[in-house]
Design a protein around this ligand. Structure first.
Ligand code: GLN
Length: 468
């Protein structure tokens, strides 16, 4: 039987009598192993068991980013300090996937705790871009996006973004990445990076795939105090063939200093949005230039406190007890954390120190408020904002090696503002530049996932019909 089918085809086929689920499972396991050998997508690949077969996912294979807890399955957030950690419980999003009939294939590779843009800061393998293995999948959800692009079997990836970790790899790998409104999906069971920014979302081959997974995981959760009081909802209702009447804003600041080929591909994509029935106007988001420094101050400040719990006593990596607590703690953390994690702990601790707090952290928080205001103003007259997701195509590993930390941080210039604002966003494949995928980034107001799915799917169907 041919299992190279879409998620929708799978959902139809699996309910037919003659669908051989054992054979399908065998195929998924074999193919996952082969892909892992070739591209290093997985941090952990279990013997995938067919434990779930309820509605609405009917046993659909779902991969989970390594920083989202799956009960009894290694969940290490790409870090050596969590070596051996098998959580006793499922994250709420994972629990809901299982209850909806999804089957967990394994844990996907990522930058340690989400610290990075290329998944090169990973302790368990650096995923390679399936379009060109000398290039990165992006990050930090690199394994998730690479697998979504390369898997021939029907699959959707559960991923997470703090400052762009869903949009970036989706754009680099040519797949759809949906980051929901902050608080729409419970963070319970997420190994956190920066608690006021972290959002669990989905990466898949189509807008319909990510809408399906969002419908399974979104909704209020009493275990997360920042969870929004929203009931379960079927986002696939918003899949559309036209975006007639949609008002799109194109911010001029998002086209500064970007690769010319990427710029061309994104303008072509905006023309396709017009073909789908949308209208656009150029606008300005003046606070854009302040987003990157504000993001790196807030994200590292929160990360440095969140990582304090990893001291070799409760979770993961431990060493022989010796010396006083500070000595032991330092020894464990020196050997367990990677270089980028250490850099961020130091940056974040500095930004929170008394004397520097007002100058850095509190100022960054004020900028965050201005950024939110900027976006809110635009959404009074527009349904969505369209821009490139990333300023470049997926870089080569040899190019990444030459980047300084600050140059690497600058790659996030287009994704950090919407992440700071907590608004939903989706990166949709929008053609290519130098034979590598480019992502069109669509952003909308808080809780307007429906609108976003409508516009993104209408765009997708115009692109699809052009190809035929
Ligand atoms: N690249 C950004 C960072 O390093 C965002 C990563 C993320 O969203 N986890 O912080």
């Amino acid at each position: 039987m041919d299992y190279n089918i879409s998620v929708n085809e799978y959902l139809e086929k699996v309910q037919e009598r003659n669908f051989d689920r054992a054979d399908f499972l065998h195929y998924v396991i074999e193919e996952s192993r082969n892909l892992d050998e070739k591209y290093s997508f997985f941090a952990h690949l279990d013997s995938f068991q067919d434990i779930s077969f309820s509605q609405n996912l009917f046993g659909l294979p779902i991969s989970v980013k390594d920083n989202i807890c799956v009960a009894e399955m290694l969940s290490r957030a790409g870090s050596r300090i969590l070596e051996g950690y098998r959580p006793p419980m499922d994250a709420t999003s994972v629990k809901r996937i299982k209850e909806s009939g999804g089957n967990i294939v394994g844990k996907t590779n990522q930058d340690e705790f989400g610290f990075g843009t290329f998944s090169t800061n990973s302790a368990y393998g650096i995923p390679k871009n399936p379009h060109d293995t000398s290039r990165s999948c992006g990050g930090s959800s690199g394994g998730a996006a690479g697998l979504a692009a390369a898997a021939t079997f029907p699959h959707v990836a559960l991923a997470e973004s703090t400052g762009g970790s869903i949009s970036c790899p989706a754009s680099f790998c040519g797949v759809v990445g949906l980051t929901p409104t902050y608080g729409l999906v419970s963070r319970y069971g997420l190994i956190d990076y920066a608690s006021s920014l972290d959002k669990i979302g989905a990466i898949g081959k189509s807008v319909s795939d990510v809408a399906l997974l969002l419908s399974a995981i979104a909704g209020h959760d009493i275990k997360d105090s920042t969870s929004i009081a929203k009931k379960k909802y079927d986002y696939t209702k918003h899949l559309a063939k036209t975006a007639r009447g949609a008002r799109i804003a194109v911010p001029k600041e998002y086209f500064r200093n970007i690769d010319k080929n990427v710029e061309r591909a994104v303008w072509d994509a905006i023309d396709k949005l017009v073909d789908a029935g949308a209208k656009y106007r150029e606008i300005s988001l003046p606070t854009t230039k302040h987003a990157l420094p504000a993001y790196y101050i807030i994200a590292t400040a929160e990360a440095s406190t969140n990582l304090a719990k990893f001291c070799g006593l409760r979770y993961g990596h431990a060493e022989e007890i010796g010396g006083n607590f500070d000595e032991y703690f330092s020894r464990v953390r020196s050997s367990g954390f990677g270089e980028e994690a250490k850099r961020r702990i130091m940056l974040g601790t500095f930004a929170r120190m008394s004397g520097y707090r007002d100058q850095y952290y509190l100022k960054a928080m004020k900028i965050r408020t201005l950024i939110i205001r900027d976006f809110k103003k635009v959404f009074k007259s527009f349904d969505a904002i369209a821009a490139p997701a990333m300023p470049v195509i997926a870089p080569k590993f040899s190019e990444i090696d030459k980047l300084s930390p600050v140059q690497a941080y600058q790659m996030d210039v287009l994704t950090v503002a919407p992440n700071l604002a907590g608004i939903p966003m989706v990166s949709v494949p929008a053609g290519s530049a130098r034979s590598m995928p480019v992502g069109l980034h669509l952003m909308s107001d808080h809780l307007q996932e429906g609108k976003l799915i409508e516009i993104a799917s209408a765009f997708e169907s115009v692109v699809g019909s052009d190809k035929k």
